[in-house]
Ligand binder design. Structure first.
Ligand code: ARG
Ligand code: ZN
Length: 487
């Protein structure tokens, strides 16, 4: 059987591309937009996010990432990657950037032709790719990058563990919100450019690898003897910070959940005895939230428990990540409900801009209050009043406007608690029926896409037939003083 083993561990070929994608900048394509006729120019080095101006890149829109990652030895923090990125040019491009931090590039091709890549001077993580020929606007092109190195998390002032690829000595996992994805793959690292993903994780036989989406197979091909490639497909568009790969000694359990949904939980084998029941109520939570938020947005869901004190959980799409410190507290069930709710709010409906982070965290916190009704008999209004009182006693923290918290307070109490209180204020103003219809209309309208605060306000206004909601949102989201709940 050895003769079928490919000579390269990374044998992914470029995906099919549209005819004439390369080298046709001078062809008359009949393109109508002005930019299509503009001479090729460099794609912008950032997307101009008000909080992270350099994150992401301009000039193209990624459709799919195919990531083949080889971890030769999980005890050594080294990866070899082959990323094949299919994207559509949104302008005529002489060159474009990808985000890739701290790893070395061995080769780059664009539509099969050798291209050059160089890290922009003075801008770590900004990889400039220059194709052999310009890329015409609207053309779908494929970039193939071979890269390798010792992935390291980006340091983050608010997080001792950092963001990105985190090595544990005998395995690794990823926590990337908001800007860690580029520590392990070349990416257009901004939630406004969602894409589908395929992962091929090549590890030694006996090591488990998990990633977002459905397991498509485990098999020795194209690897060599003693190795296994785990292939996963995330078929729903995903924001880059939600991409997850974990490698180690994991125990995987699968089941069938509500409406035939696949349930898969992945727990570090060292924690199985203690943590095996933490996801027991997830199917019940899924049914409960589906009533309020609309159908669960993906075809698989479960939790991933890593053997590391992470300080927080993360709503990695279809496979929320929990640290060992999140699964043994009195708050565990609340955190499990919170990350589940993010699958609707944050994952399916994603941020267009990081400034609108309350659309993720305020909504997931509100979901905690909703779940507390059946779980502990605590009415939402009681949770809301308690949260408001706590905020009021926390001084300046409550004055951070959740609709524009600034980078240092993006994950602070105002975004979570005052964000959730904004929803309770809305509910008390428009009534239960129109409130929950607003939530379901919003998740349906922006499913698998992106939304802004203005989009949410527009849905609430349209559903409720009220044109006077702006002052409510303005007070709660943008003014320093903590408002009173209505009524
Ligand atoms: N989104 C995570 C949650 O569900 C929190 C992430 C915190 N991230 C950070 N960079 N501080 O609460
Ligand atoms: Zn959250």
């Amino acid at each position: 059987m050895l003769f079928v083993v490919a000579t390269s561990a990374c044998s992914k070929d470029a995906r099919p591309r549209s005819p004439g994608a390369a080298g046709s900048a001078t062809a008359s394509s009949g393109a109508s937009s002005a930019s299509a006729d503009a001479p090729p120019s460099p794609g912008a080095p950032g997307l101009g996010d008000p909080y992270y101006a350099n994150l992401g890149n301009g000039g193209y829109d990624v459709d799919h990432y195919d990531l083949a990652i080889t971890v030769a030895d999980p005890k050594q923090n080294h990866i070899a990657g082959q990323a094949t990125i299919t994207a559509k040019a949104t302008q005529s491009l002489s060159r474009f950037d990808l985000d890739l931090l701290g790893l070395d590039v061995q080769s780059v091709t664009v539509d099969g032709a050798a291209a050059t890549s160089v890290e922009l001077a003075g801008a770590p993580g900004e990889l400039v790719v220059t194709p052999a020929q310009p890329i015409e606007s609207q053309h779908i092109f494929t970039t193939a990058i071979a890269y390798s190195g010792e992935p390291k998390p980006r340091s983050d002032p608010s997080l001792p563990i950092g963001v990105g690829w985190i090595s544990q000595g005998d395995g690794s996992f990823v926590l990337s919100e908001p800007d860690g994805a580029s520590t392990w793959f070349p990416v257009n690292d901004h939630p406004s450019d969602k894409a589908t993903y395929t992962f091929h994780i090549d590890v030694p036989d006996g090591t488990a690898a998990v990633a977002n989406g459905d397991l498509e197979g485990t098999g020795p091909t194209p690897s060599t003897a003693g190795r296994v490639v785990w292939t996963y497909d995330e078929k729903a568009p995903m924001a880059s910070y939600l991409a997850e790969v974990a490698i180690g000694d994991y125990t995987v359990t699968t089941a069938v959940g509500p409406s035939g949904l696949s349930i898969r939980n992945v727990i570090d084998s060292a924690l199985v005895t203690d943590a095996s029941s933490v996801f027991d109520r997830v199917p019940e939570m899924i049914s409960f939230f589906s009533t309020d938020f609309g159908p669960f947005p993906f075809d698989i869901y479960g939790g991933l428990v890593v053997n590391e004190r992470t300080g927080y959980a993360l709503e990695t799409q279809t496979l929320s990540l929990f640290g060992s410190d999140e699964v043994n507290t009195g708050e565990t069930e609340t955190i499990v409900a919170h990350e589940l709710a993010h699958q609707w709010f944050g994952d399916s409906v994603s941020l267009e801009s990081w400034k609108d982070i309350w659309l993720n965290e305020g909504f997931a916190t509100y979901a905690e209050w909703l779940w507390a009704e059946p779980a502990t008999g605590t009415p939402v209004q009681q949770s809301a009043q308690r949260a408001r009182t706590e905020l009021q006693h926390s001084g300046d923290v409550a004055k951070v406007p959740p609709g524009d918290p600034g980078v240092p307070d993006m994950f602070g109490p105002s975004v979570y608690q005052r964000g959730a209180l904004t929803l309770q204020a809305l509910r008390l103003t428009i009534g239960d029926d129109q409130f929950f219809t607003t939530l379901r209309t919003y998740t349906a309208k922006y499913a698998n896409g992106n939304a802004t605060t203005a989009d949410f306000i527009a849905v609430a206004s349209q559903v409720s037939g009220r044109s006077d909601l702006q002052p409510l949102f303005d007070q709660w989201l943008y003014q320093p003083d903590l408002p009173q709940l209505p009524g």
